[in-house]
Write a protein that binds this ligand. Structure first.
Ligand code: FAD
Length: 480
């Protein structure tokens, strides 16, 4: 069994992985074991356990990789759910089209983009990915195939966008693309000395530009660099682009990100010579991290967490300042810290994460109890201001925080496929939910019942070995 999540924690292996190749085929039945369940798994770019199904079956969707239709006049693309955004870009950019919304990596599948209703640097203008989904097919374990769109099976459409893979298997997706004048983006960069500077720049540049985001120095009061950009016509004499990627070749025993390296990197990055105005190819602008393959290995064998929250608009300034104070005091965090203001466009999903306000996303090496203690402190700020955490990035939030951040959670549970479940859902879903008890393994139960989960994390052993105090529910067996 090989499917892992991007944060490399938890190490919750499925008992069976079933590669899918044919969208017209029926779903395999779950393993005939009490509580066993199914879950789709795309490119595994979710950080925690939302794409994991410990002891159950993972349906590997990458083999659903066919384009179905592209109308070059209208920019309507229909493709199977395992096609990656990277593959789509290779097809559409030469024809003058781009994705209406893209996250910070292009190595995700269409199905994963829908199931987490991902967002990008243009949320303040374009909303989330789901806002541009024209239709998809949902295959239920009953064999029923539902054509879902803003006008057909609209309730299933709303439940499946941002539905964390729990409503069934998305077999294909149809999206609306947007026109671009060239693959190049005119980029404006500006330093700010603290959060007040961010808000001022955001009011000015965010309003003027289609894409905007800020890098923040999490150890230094939220100083950072604001970046905004728009696709432009490229000058004809531009030299050809030579894309280059490097790969982190191995996983070091311990994280290379620590207090010392973080302080040094952040200071150097903040003070680096800055091009206030520059022309960038879309790849380094939207996907700077994709230039380093397997970069998640730098956090060592214990893996890492991403903490991503959204703070509602009315409270975002005070709450963000408090989060940065607490993170700075702890001395933890990483150079991968992103701050962005979401806009008003409503996400179509019942469980969509984006909403009006500000979002902070920050990586943390897994330092066990110390990291979890900090998260508990950050949770208190998020919860007090009515904010939410992003399931796509989460490996440890409590059911209470999940419920308070997603007021339509109980409505959503009606749409869960009885054969589908995930490690995330069994850990953080409402206790009464069928999918939570349906796929529960003994290890899930231990985690769910431990309100802290910190015991197992504090003792977390290197990836590949179970935490000392968390018995495994199912020994992995051979792939089907
Ligand atoms: C470097 C990096 C940057 C990122 N930046 C952003 C960002 O800016 N914005 C953002 O929103 N996210 C961001 N993410 C998170 C990422 O976009 C999401 O986690 C995305 O959903 C991953 O897609 P995937 O194909 O890897 O799916 P997986 O991680 O494998 O699965 C994600 C979810 O989708 C479900 N799923 C997958 N395929 C199907 C299917 N065919 N049918 C039904 N359900 C399915 C799974 O069950 C699971 O619940 C980033 C991740 C990384 C590693």
């Amino acid at each position: 069994m090989s499917a892992r999540s991007w944060g490399r924690w938890p190490d919750a292996r499925a008992a069976r992985e079933v590669p899918l190749f044919d969208r017209s085929q029926a779903l395999p039945p779950p393993i005939p074991a009490p509580g066993s369940s199914l879950l789709a798994h795309g490119l595994g770019r979710s950080y925690g356990d939302v794409a994991l199904n410990e002891g159950g079956t993972l349906l590997l969707t990458r083999g659903l990789d066919r384009y179905i239709a592209l109308d070059p006049a209208t920019g309507v693309l229909r493709a199977e759910a395992g096609v990656s955004l990277d593959e789509i870009l290779q097809l559409i950019v030469p024809q003058g089209w781009f994705l209406a919304v893209t996250p910070g990596t292009r190595f995700i599948t269409l199905g994963g983009a829908v199931a987490n209703d991902v967002h990008g640097k243009n949320h303040h203008r374009a909303g989330s990915f789901g806002c541009h989904v024209r239709a998809f097919e949902l295959l239920r374990s009953s064999g029923e195939r539902l054509l879902c769109s803003p006008t057909e099976h609209t309730d299933w459409y709303a439940a499946t966008i941002g539905g964390l893979g729990l409503t069934g298997l998305i077999t294909w997706v149809e999206i609306q693309l947007v026109r671009i004048a060239s693959p190049f983006v005119s980029v404006h960069n500006q330093r700010f000395a603290g959060l007040e500077g961010y808000w001022a720049l955001d009011a000015e540049l965010g309003a003027r530009h289609g894409h905007s985001v800020a890098w923040v120095d999490c150890l230094h009061g939220g100083r950072g660099i604001y970046t905004a950009g728009d696709f432009v016509d490229a000058p004809p004499d531009l030299p050809p682009r030579r894309p280059s990627t490097v790969r982190v070749p191995l996983t070091p025993p311990v994280s290379l990100v620590n207090g010392l390296s973080l302080r040094a990197f952040n200071a150097a990055y903040y003070h680096r010579p800055l091009h206030t105005q520059e022309l960038q190819h879309y790849e380094p602008f939207f996907y700077p991290l994709d230039a380093m393959l397997d970069w998640n290995r730098i956090y060592g064998r214990r893996g890492f967490f991403q903490y991503q929250c959204v703070l509602p608009r009315a409270a975002m300034r005070d709450a963000a300042a408090e989060l940065f104070r607490r993170i700075g005091r702890s001395g933890q965090g990483s150079f991968l810290a992103v701050f962005k203001t979401f806009g008003d466009r409503r996400s179509p999903g019942l469980l969509s994460f984006p909403r009006p306000g500000a979002t902070l996303a920050l990586d943390f090496p897994n330092r066990g109890a110390a990291t979890l203690k900090l998260f508990t402190e950050l949770d208190a700020v998020v919860s007090a201001c009515g904010g939410a955490l992003y399931p796509a990035k989460d490996a440890r939030m409590s059911p209470e925080l999940f419920l308070s951040g997603y007021p339509r959670l109980h409505e959503f549970t009606r749409y869960i496929d009885p054969a589908f479940s995930s490690s995330f859902w069994r850990r953080a879903g409402p206790p009464c939910s069928a999918a939570r008890s349906a796929g529960a393994t003994r290890a899930d139960t231990v985690r769910a019942d431990s309100s802290t989960t910190s015991a197992s994390l504090a003792n977390a052993s290197p990836a590949g070995a179970p935490p000392a105090d968390a018995p495994r529910g199912h020994a992995p067996s051979a792939a089907a």
